[in-house]
Ligand binder design. Structure first.
Ligand code: HEM
Length: 485
């Protein structure tokens, strides 16, 4: 088919779909005027998408939600990314949405993400298979695995990365290398090498395709992402086949891939197919590495901007390091003796909101707080709105790690702090991410001092990130050799 016919068909279908959705939404609005959450569907076709994107492309996206909350309340209706959507800035409603995953709501990702993740990824799985694979993932990132196994790898890989730092460093890049290498190690026992470096480059292209129009004809970023996904899947597929052969020869490794080989079956039963394993690993890499590397970068940014918090953190780590000597690796007892670091981790998670919330789709008409969310509608449980609400956190928009020293940091119920989500899809990497960030901060503050190399900007769309990858000028320090100070 030639391009212009394609274009015409695409436009026709888009307009048709939009009109249909809008008509349905309007009909719902009319029929249920008293019961739908208040709000507006915005402009024809684009709804309020442009307002949302332009807010989230700045350092202060809060007005998008603040304005609507003050006009309509904590639950409001809008129209974003082509669909009418109910936004919740209410912790109880968020909890209800998360806990009812699979019963009243189901997770819902844009088409581009679905295509690039692959249909067998944990993020897209449903029902009993999801339950089984979620707990298998948990079993590979829980406290006892971290304590006995992963902590040593984390410590070693963080040091290895920091050893190579000189002069000017793009913190976001380095953090990505660390978390990518860690995830690859955890998944398939590979240490950093040329192969992992090439895999990471392809990976970045896949992630860039997540927030594009999922049509290769219109988006070269999406086209490149599809090609990169193919290459990543081929590379991972090769590893899976090699490992199957090694297993036939009786060789076993202690990693996630081994657990998948031993798992009792995918869609068809009788063990997971190579395709299922590849999709699963690919999604785990996506979920684990971008989020954690961003939180590492932002923790450093917030600490740099809050020098008294940085010096308090440094005291804690210098004490640990002086006790252990220059080269000894961190052990679980050390990780457990970092109370202020845990306050910094919580506060960074709260204020950075790497995952600002989750989209779900209503599986049936749902009544909540006197409103009805119609079947098929999207909902967005905004964690960000709750984390930055003064009603739940005093002086909510400033970075204040000390708040976590008392009263669990929050003034109200336990549902208000949900950086890792909740319910059946609660992040299986929640503890792993905390350990990675703590170990990274330990080695950073005991070995370096730094200043920002140039002004940079934090933005939240299409993902949370520093626009210039947070360049810093570093200086090596030694607690044991004052001449290096
Ligand atoms: C600071 C770092 C991280 C943050 C803020 C974070 C946040 C989240 C959130 C909010 C969810 C819930 C998504 C939903 O309900 O739809 C989630 C799910 C998930 N996370 Fe994390 N995560 C982080 C690190 C990690 C790591 C290190 C791993 C590696 C194991 C990981 C693996 C996953 C997976 C596989 C899911 C999907 C779970 C499912 O759908 O059942 N995450 N994460």
């Amino acid at each position: 088919m030639d391009m212009s016919i394609n274009l015409f068909l695409y436009l026709f279908l888009s307009v048709f779909t939009f009109l249909l959705l809008r008509a349905t939404a309007a009909a719902h609005l009319r029929r249920r005027k008293n019961r739908l959450p208040p709000g507006t569907l915005g402009l024809p076709f684009i709804g309020e998408t442009l307002q949302l994107i332009s807010a989230y492309k700045t350092e202060n996206p809060e007005p998008f939600i603040d304005d609507r909350v003050s006009k309509y309340g904590n639950i409001f209706t809008t129209h974003v990314f082509g669909e009418p959507t109910v936004f919740s800035a209410d912790p109880e409603t968020n909890r209800f949405i998360l806990q009812n995953e699979g019963r009243l709501f189901e997770s819902s990702y844009p088409g581009s993400i679905q295509n690039l993740l692959g249909r067998h990824s944990l993020l897209l799985m449903r029902g009993t298979l999801h339950k089984r694979m979620h707990s298998l993932t948990m079993s590979f990132a829980n406290s006892s695995i971290l304590k006995d196994h992963l902590l040593a790898d984390i410590d070693r890989l963080v040091r290895l990365n920091l050893d190579s730092w000189t002069g000017r460093v793009f913190l976001m890049e380095e953090a990505k290398k660390i978390t990518f290498n860690l995830t690859v190690k955890q998944l398939m026992s590979f240490d950093p090498c040329e192969w992992t470096e090439n895999l990471m480059k392809e990976y970045m292209l896949v992630i860039e395709g997540f927030f594009t129009i999922p049509l290769p004809v219109f988006s070269s970023t999406y086209r490149k992402a599809i090609q990169a996904r193919r290459k990543v899947a081929e590379a991972l597929g090769l590893v899976v086949r090699e490992r199957r052969k090694e297993r036939e020869g009786g060789e076993r490794k202690n990693d996630m891939l081994e657990a998948l080989f031993e798992g009792d079956g995918g869609v068809g039963g009788g063990g997971f197919s190579d395709e299922e394993i590849v999709d699963f690993m690919l999604a785990l890499l996506v979920a684990g590495y971008d989020t954690t590397s961003t939180i590492m970068t932002l923790a450093v940014k917030f600490l740099t901007e809050t020098p008294h918090a940085l010096s308090h953190l440094k005291e804690e780590h210098v004490e640990i390091r002086l006790r252990k000597g220059e080269v000894e690796s961190l052990r679980w007892e050390d990780y457990k003796s970092m109370p202020f670091t845990q306050c910094v981790v919580n506060e960074t998670l709260r204020i950075a909101n790497i995952i600002s919330g989750v989209f779900r789709r209503a599986m049936t008409d749902i009544n909540i707080k006197g409103y009805t969310i119609p079947k098929g509608w999207k909902v967005f449980a905004s964690f960000r709105a709750v984390h930055l609400d003064h009603e739940h956190f005093k002086d909510a928009r400033s970075f204040d790690p000390w708040r976590w020293q008392s009263n669990a940091g929050s003034a109200s119920s336990p549902n208000v702090f949900t950086p890792f989500g909740g319910g059946p899809r609660h992040c299986p990497g929640y503890e792993l991410a905390r350990v990675e960030l703590s170990v990274f901060l330990h080695h950073l503050v005991t070995r370096f001092s730094w200043v920002p190399a140039e002004p940079d900007k934090l933005v939240f769309f299409p993902t949370t990130r520093m626009l210039k990858r947070y360049p810093i000028i570093i200086q090596r320090r030694s607690l044991f050799d004052p001449c290096k100070e």
